[in-house]
Design a protein around this ligand. Structure first.
Ligand code: 5GP
Length: 132
């Protein structure tokens, strides 16, 4: 069965897309720690999704980080944040993903903190600004 992120990549579930190439997809996290919080995911064949990032082969892992680097640069440019935190948890969705979170201090990357609430219009306008 396809993961929720594969359904997002396929367009079966809507998302606020930031970037895409033939191997990776980046979209706004629906429950952001901060505006601009983005997820980067690899495209897998349906039903063959890997859950754990370090199960990726070396080349895919490297290529994913290079893709994430480009997205992070864009997030920093658009949000003006001090830096973009790169976090891997993967406790909720069993499909490899990297969190890119714009931060100005360590407190901005506390996953136990209440999430920011954005309206659909705010999500759409942010995604349009970040789109690469
Ligand atoms: P993790 O698996 O790394 O613990 O967290 C998964 C992340 O995916 C969470 O930050 C959550 O908000 C996000 N997420 C879960 N379901 C969806 C969804 O349907 N759409 C989007 N855009 N994000 C999601």
């Amino acid at each position: 069965m396809a993961t929720i992120f594969t359904k997002i990549i396929q367009g079966a579930i809507p998302s606020y897309k930031v970037a895409e190439d033939d191997r990776f997809y980046a979209f706004l996290d629906i429950n952001p720690l901060r505006a601009g919080h983005t997820l980067v995911v690899p495209k897998f064949a349906e039903g063959e999704e890997l859950d754990y990032i370090f199960d990726l082969d070396d080349e895919t892992l490297s290529a994913m980080m290079v893709f994430a680097k480009r997205v992070a640069a864009r997030i920093r440019e658009v949000t003006g944040c001090a830096r973009v935190a790169t976090v891997v948890l993967g406790l909720e969705v069993p499909h490899v993903h990297i969190h890119l979170v714009p931060i100005d201090s360590e407190a901005d990357v506390d996953f136990r903190a209440p999430r920011e609430k954005l309206s659909p219009d705010e999500f759409a306008s942010l995604a349009a600004k970040l789109a690469m």
